[in-house]
Structure formats: structure tokens, C-alpha cells
Design a protein around this ligand. Structure first.
Ligand SMILES: [Zn+2]
Length: 320
């Protein structure tokens, strides 16, 4: 299959629920299904009772693909232990929404999911947040080499708010929330952090926590808050925008700036308003898309499916 997967081709490929299960199984397990309880691989597919689909307790036909493990004798499916465990939304819808989210540059809104797939607003919103949670990178490896760091303020324009809604979040007289993004130039991986304040201790901790400074170059703008972090690096290149500089000695912060403009466009254009409480998930969604921008949408799907274990309960999502 050489043709590029699109939402239309995927939609044809997974015409039924059991196709959608099979599709996810391929992404999660490849050719070797793994027991969700004991990691055993001596497993078999429980044959459907009537040859096509299984009857559920409620008497409706289920197209779930259920496996059984010969070692621990337990049943499982490709959904067990993932964000889709016990979902009432069709798996086919999940697969299509995940694909939509991976492929759309600005992401998709809960409203679009509601309209396109006919799920209720609450479920649409919950689904998208669960997918974003899975997109949060496990941060396995330290960055090294040429690394860019920059900060941006994300959120509503203070002049559009009532006075009582304005909160001084940090010294810059804005209720926008600072986001610090670090980019590894070699791998293209992007890691962003939503922070409550921007001082050199915070920035130092974030940068040294994600980058091995040995032999690395830190590229930042002229913000003094980077000085402590920079003291750990053998080389610090400062691209001073206020002096009209955009590239210095071949180094620039363009990549991280283009990341921020995409993020702002998405939050202003697609989501309109994102509360501070959920901002880290939107940011993780953008990190994921940017970090995987060199691979195909199908490969991105497999990366995401590999990260989707554990799920975010609705109660946790709406808790203060
Ligand atoms: Zn087992």
C-alpha cells in the first residue's frame, strides 16, 4: 500500500467496528497480540458465536474482537488498559478522530467531532482530551546538540475581558499563561511546558531537566531569564530580536517561533478559548504533531497508539 492514507481512505478501510478493532490491533501489536494482563503472547481470538459477531448481555450484536490468554486465562481486547477501555463510543469513531487530530495542522475542536461523528458534546470534549493526554511525550531521552528554547504567552487578549477576570499572572501585566518550548534541532523533537511564572530558576530547571548540556549549544532570545540555564552550557547563542537579529552565527530560534505561531493560530482559530487548566494538553497535542512531522500519518498513529495506555477519567478532567 503506497498511497497516502487520508481520512477518506481510512474511513473506507475500516467500514465496520471489527475492521476498526483489527486496525488498532495492527498498530498496537503488529503481528503479535500481547495479553493486556500478563504480557503473554500465547493468546487466541475468541471466535464469534454466530460466525460474524458476538451477542452481548444486552442482546445486541457486538463486533468487539475479544482475545483470551492461555497463560493467565483472562480475556482482553486491544482497548484493555488504554484510554478507550470501556468506552461507549464506537471504536471506529475513535480511530477516525485520532487520525483527524494527527493529520489536521490546527487540531480539531470538540464541536467538529460532535458534528462530524454524531457524538454528544460531553463525549467529544472528553475524547479529545484523552487523546491529547496520550500525545504527551514520555520524555525518555535528554536532548543534546543544538537546542533552542523560547517562551510565549498564550491565552485570551486581556483587553477583551472584564476587569474582574484579569489576573496578574506574572510581571508582564497580562493574564496570558507563559509556555516554554524547547526544540532539539537534530531530531526535531519539541517539548513544551506550561509554567506559572518565568524566572531563571524555573527556566534553569526546565532546560537542564530536558537537555544534557555537555557539548550542547543553547540558543535563546535576549531574555535574561535564560542566563542561569545558559551557565551550564559550554556555548550560549543569543538571537537578540530587539536588535533586529534573527540569525546569529548560523543559529536561529525560527523553529520554535514558528511552533508558537502555529499554536497561537490553533488556539485562537480552532478552539477560541482554552482554559489554563487544560492548556498543557493542547500544548502536548502540538508538541506531538511537531515532533512527528517528518513521519507519515500512519506512523504517527502507531506512535500514539504505543503511548495510549492509561486513561483519563472524565471525573479527573472536570475536577478543579
Ligand atoms: Zn495473560
Amino acid at each position: 500500500m503506497n498511497t497516502r492514507t487520508t481520512i477518506a481512505s481510512l474511513s473506507r478501510e475500516i467500514a465496520t467496528e471489527s475492521d476498526a478493532y483489527r486496525h488498532l490491533e495492527g498498530l498496537r501489536w503488529g503481528d503479535t497480540p500481547v495479553c493486556a494482563h500478563c504480557d503473554g503472547t500465547d493468546v487466541y481470538l475468541i471466535p464469534p458465536a454466530n460466525g460474524v459477531s458476538r451477542k452481548t448481555a444486552g442482546g445486541t450484536m457486538s463486533e468487539r474482537r475479544v482475545w483470551k490468554c492461555r497463560s493467565c486465562k483472562k480475556q482482553f481486547s486491544v482497548l484493555t488498559g488504554t484510554m478507550m477501555h470501556a468506552t461507549k463510543i464506537p471504536v471506529r469513531t475513535w480511530v477516525l478522530v485520532i487520525f483527524d487530530m494527527i493529520a489536521a495542522k490546527n487540531g480539531i475542536s470538540a464541536r467538529e467531532v460532535e458534528r462530524k461523528y454524531g457524538v454528544c458534546p460531553r463525549s467529544a470534549w472528553h475524547m479529545l482530551h484523552r487523546i491529547r493526554e496520550a500525545m504527551a511525550s514520555p520524555y525518555a531521552l535528554m536532548f543534546q546538540g543544538v537546542v533552542m528554547a523560547d517562551e510565549a504567552y498564550i491565552g485570551g487578549d486581556p483587553k477583551n475581558r472584564h476587569a474582574w477576570q484579569r489576573v496578574e499572572r506574572d510581571g508582564r501585566g497580562t493574564d496570558k499563561t507563559p509556555v516554554v518550548t524547547i526544540v532539539d534541532q537534530d531530531t526535531g523533537e519539541v517539548r513544551s511546558h506550561v509554567v506559572t511564572g518565568l524566572d531563571q530558576w524555573k527556566l534553569g530547571q526546565l532546560i537542564v531537566g530536558n537537555v544534557d548540556p555537555t557539548g550542547s549549544v543553547l540558543v535563546t532570545d535576549g531574555f535574561k531569564g535564560y542566563n542561569l540555564a545558559a551557565s551550564f552550557f559550554p556555548k550560549h547563542e543569543v538571537v537578540d530580536h530587539s536588535a533586529g537579529q534573527y540569525v546569529i552565527n548560523g543559529y536561529s530560534t525560527n523553529r520554535v517561533e514558528s511552533f508558537f505561531s502555529q499554536l497561537k493560530r490553533s488556539i485562537d482559530g480552532t478552539h477560541h478559548h482554552v482554559s489554563v487548566k487544560h492548556l498543557h494538553r493542547y500544548v502536548a497535542e502540538h508538541d506531538f504533531r511537531r515532533s512527528t512531522c517528518k513521519v507519515s500519518d500512519t506512523e504517527r498513529m502507531s506512535v500514539l497508539v504505543g503511548q495510549m495506555e492509561g486513561r483519563l477519567p472524565y471525573e479527573e478532567l472536570v475536577a478543579e
